[in-house]
Write a protein that binds this ligand. Structure first.
Ligand SMILES: Nc1ncnc2c1ncn2[C@@H]1O[C@H](COP(=O)(O)OP(=O)(O)OP(=O)(O)O)[C@@H](O)[C@H]1O
Ligand SMILES: [Mg+2]
Length: 362
């Protein structure tokens, strides 16, 4: 079974007073000049599928300037049934509805999975561990509801614990949270390791394929000495923690390391190798979702064609696009060969003045 977005409607979302597009097929290219609103559309689709925004946008940013309410909605089909999925923002509160009924994010995770690939993903290699952890969590939370719950529980207890440390609260108060922090923290690290173990062979195979046989390895390193459990490690680290007034050990400090031919990719990989690694990771994510959820994720390719050379573009088109509903944004159609252009529905996105009349783009 594969779910597809059939149509999409935006109201007061980002730069769009209103925007509707229907009869969406396998491949859609949003084409238009810079700042026209192409990424805004992709972000709306991501919010309706992965249920997060890669730009980590707040409600205030997602609602059109000057408005207090916004809506992004999609009709989703499995070939027979139609599902109505809507995200509304009302005075800063975001809420999802499925067929008119309020639904939690947790209950919707994995319903319509999606993978996004944007130029910002190059931070996966050069950026800090937080980018890599976030990428892994973004995948894990879509394929496993427990994983999602654990990330939520962990974020909550981390916030509480850090607030106490920041306020220099009594050590007994901090200690009272340490047990639950360590329990949830160790769980999250375990979920991450399991997910990484599962996806690594796919990443390695994809990378070997793209690079013509180079060896890529991916490793997860917990931030604490794992001969101890996390609670013990925190106990031994109390002085430093109190001095720095923040929680220094736990999954929020764990490391994910890519190595190419035995060398750390963050320090040594060339521009081209970095792009190949990111492409391999995305290909592997698509495979993993298919394997675990028995359906292909929707693919969101935001402006990546300009980042890839012709060979990598061809690899992406050949490996990623078939049978996957794909949305691509670009300012330049020259990156696409005739075959793609013929297959695609090209939707022109023009810059709009949000204060002019609402317009429809078909
Ligand atoms: N909440 C908002 N209210 C009004 N306008 C917004 C809001 N959020 C973003 N915008 C506008 O949307 C525009 C950016 O849209 P977007 O990022 O989708 O452009 P793009 O077409 O992807 O451009 P590029 O090709 O440069 O990536 C900006 O001009 C920005 O001012
Ligand atoms: Mg953009």
């Amino acid at each position: 079974m594969s779910l597809r977005i059939q149509d999409l409607t935006l109201a007061n979302f980002r730069s769009y007073p209103s925007f509707t597009v229907g009869d969406l097929g396998e491949l859609t290219i949003f084409h238009g000049p810079n700042a026209a609103g192409k990424t805004n559309v992709v972000e709306a689709i991501q919010l309706l599928t992965a249920l997060t925004s890669f730009r980590k946008a707040s409600a205030a940013e997602l609602v059109m300037r000057g408005a207090t309410q916004a809506r992004a909605a999609a009709t989703i089909t499995d070939g027979n049934r139609l599902l109505d999925l809507a995200l509304t923002f009302d005075d800063g509160k975001r809420a999802y509805r499925l067929n008119g009924k309020p639904r939690s994010v947790k209950s919707l995770k994995g319903l319509v999975p999606s993978i996004i690939f944007s130029p910002e993903d190059l931070s996966l290699i050069k950026g800090s561990d937080s980018f890599r952890r976030q990428e892994l969590d973004q995948l894990g939370t879509q394929v496993n509801a427990n994983y999602y719950q654990i990330t939520r529980d962990f974020e909550k207890v981390l916030r509480q614990r850090n607030r106490l440390l920041k306020d220099e609260a009594a050590p007994t108060l901090v200690d009272s949270l340490t047990e639950v922090f360590a329990k949830v923290g160790a769980q999250l690290t375990a979920y991450r390791k399991a997910m990484l173990t599962r996806i690594t062979p796919h990443i390695m195979a994809a990378y070997a394929d793209i690079s013509g046989g180079e060896r890529l390895t991916v490793e997860y390193h917990a931030s604490w000495d794992e001969s101890q459990d996390l609670a013990e490690a925190l106990q031994g680290n109390r002085e430093q923690e109190r001095a720095r007034r923040t929680t220094l050990l736990g999954p929020h400090r764990d490391h994910i390391v890519f190595q190419v031919n035995g060398m750390n990719a963050g320090s040594f990989a060339s521009q081209g190798q970095q792009r190949s690694i990111v492409l391999a990771v995305k290909m592997a994510e698509v495979q993993l979702i298919e394997e675990m959820l028995d359906q292909k994720p929707i693919l969101l390719l935001d402006d990546v064609m300009s980042e890839l050379d012709a060979a990598r573009r061809a690899a992406m088109v050949e490996k990623l696009l078939p049978e996957t509903q794909t949305f691509i944004t670009t300012a330049n159609l020259d990156y696409f060969n005739e075959e793609i252009i013929e297959k695609a529905r090209i939707i022109r996105i023009e810059r709009s003045d949000p204060h002019s009349h609402p317009y429809q783009n078909q």
